[in-house]
Design a protein around this ligand. Structure first.
Ligand SMILES: Cc1cc2nc3c(=O)[nH]c(=O)nc-3n(C[C@H](O)[C@H](O)[C@H](O)COP(=O)(O)OP(=O)(O)OC[C@H]3O[C@@H](n4cnc5c(N)ncnc54)[C@H](O)[C@@H]3O)c2cc1C
Length: 410
């Protein structure tokens, strides 16, 4: 019997333990353990909805404890601190701060990434982040009072990638909807981007369509603006301009936590991502695999797998089947990311998508349904189609009965 320890229950890790737990359940052949500090799983591409007060906790949050019980894996609520490769063990810290060790036969690291402040002065003190559900909730706790008080309020968002764009659009939508009930509050959202267009990692024609949709929602877009310092209620740009705001959010770039660069000699890149070969195995240790945003995984064309939800999900499905092969003594195959395109939500009823290697750009309400489908596919792995169908129906019913903005309107 082998013990597989998966660290991090996000888009990649939770899918992996679900698949493995179900597969090994009958024969009690192998033990699957998930190490995750949070009590509930939230699909990261929806964190902006928590920050904008439109997320439905009741329907879309997953309790790890309950999920582990139903899918036959063990859930340890703790965070990993350190690795001892020769002892094949990791050091973990539980919610009470107590340290312990956990042994493994195979270790899978899937701890994700966080925003990259590029060491910009004042950002960690004066900007909010959206890297976890807790941070998204903290952002909402600051945004909610602005929506409830009279006058014009300003929010600056730095970084016009998927996170920044989706957050700006969702906030603009919430503000627009609230204006129906009370006209004395106005939210002005400024999206600041260092490159010359929004969605710099996407195709140019997609950027144009997204920028047009954001402008229509009233979002002020500032491209070619590089922030050199963040201070209390203001951003200072490289050429000395001051962008004032009641609240500042940082959603630019990604990097991995610094402790990954100190994992018992494992190789990392400048973003602290762990280097793996095409089979998702770390370059220096055959018993350790890495998935999702925390991996630098090479592709046949010389590029690396992008840090996206779709890639994390595909890698989890691939590794689940390869680990099963490996445990039967077979060789494992390389992971090749199949890019199904990119869909960006611009509010809850509109999205822009790029498909077929950027040859087809789609936009509109139907494309928004496609965006939701990506999340539903993730849920399908976690719960199966029956429960996903029930969740979709429930959401429709709740949506038709409740306001889009879920909190008390006063
Ligand atoms: C607001 C937002 C919007 C996004 N929108 C999109 C989008 O539209 N399309 C897209 O493709 N991608 C999007 N992304 C990126 C996408 O969410 C990530 O690529 C994806 O979640 C990566 O999956 P992962 O499993 O590697 O990491 P995550 O999903 O981040 O999961 C990592 C898990 O590891 C846990 N963890 C962290 N540290 C430790 C530790 N020390 N010990 C144990 N566990 C730990 C965390 O609690 C978390 O549960 C978005 C990201 C954000 C933040």
């Amino acid at each position: 019997m082998s013990k597989i320890v998966v660290v991090g229950g996000g888009a990649a890790g939770l899918e992996l333990v679900t698949r493995l737990g179900k597969s090994f359940a009958r024969g009690n052949e192998h033990q699957v353990v998930l190490v995750e500090p949070a009590s509930h799983h939230y699909w990261k591409p929806r964190l902006h909805e928590i920050a904008a007060g439109t997320f439905d906790d009741e329907l879309d949050a997953v309790s790890y404890l309950q999920h582990a019980y139903c899918n036959r894996y063990q859930y340890v609520q703790a965070s990993m601190n350190a690795l001892n490769r020769s002892a094949k063990s990791i050091e973990i810290r539980n919610v009470n701060g107590e340290l312990s060790t956990l042994e493994y036969d195979y270790l899978v690291m899937a701890v994700g990434a966080v925003s990259n402040d590029f060491k910009t002065e004042g950002v960690s003190e004066h900007c909010l982040f959206l890297d976890s559900a807790l941070q998204a909730q903290q952002a909402w706790d600051r945004i909610n009072p602005l929506l409830r008080s009279q006058g014009e309020h300003r929010i600056s968002i730095v970084g016009a990638g998927a996170t920044g764009v989706e957050l700006a659009a969702e906030l603009a939508k919430v503000s627009g909807k609230l204006a129906r009930y009370r006209q004395d509050t106005k939210l002005t959202i400024t999206l600041v981007e260092a490159s010359d267009r929004v969605l710099p990692a996407g195709p140019e024609c997609m950027s144009e369509k997204v920028a047009k949709a954001l402008t229509k929602l009233g979002v002020q877009i500032r491209t070619d603006v590089r922030v050199s310092r963040a201070e209390q209620s203001k951003l200072v740009t490289e050429n000395g301009e001051i962008i004032g705001a009641d609240l500042q959010l940082w959603a630019a770039g990604i990097k991995c936590a610094p402790w990954l660069a100190e994992l018992d000699g494992l190789e990392t890149n400048r973003l602290n991502q762990l280097k793996v070969d095409a089979t998702l195995r770390t370059t220096l240790d055959d018993a350790i695999f890495v998935l999702g945003d925390s991996a630098e995984c090479p592709q046949p064309d010389g590029s690396f797998v992008p840090p996206r939800a779709q890639a994390a999900n595909q890698a989890a499905g691939h590794l689940a089947s390869q680990l099963k092969r490996m445990l039967k003594g077979k060789t494992i195959k390389p992971f090749v990311f199949n890019d199904g395109g990119m869909v960006i939500a611009v509010g809850h009823d509109y999205a822009v998508g790029s498909l077929l290697n950027n040859k087809l750009i789609l936009r509109g309400r139907l494309v928004r349904n496609l965006y939701d489908t990506i999340f539903r596919l993730h849920q399908r792995i976690l719960f199966g189609w029956g429960r996903v169908t029930a969740l979709v129906l429930l959401k429709r019913v709740k949506g038709s009965l409740n306001p889009f903005y879920k909190h008390n309107i006063s």
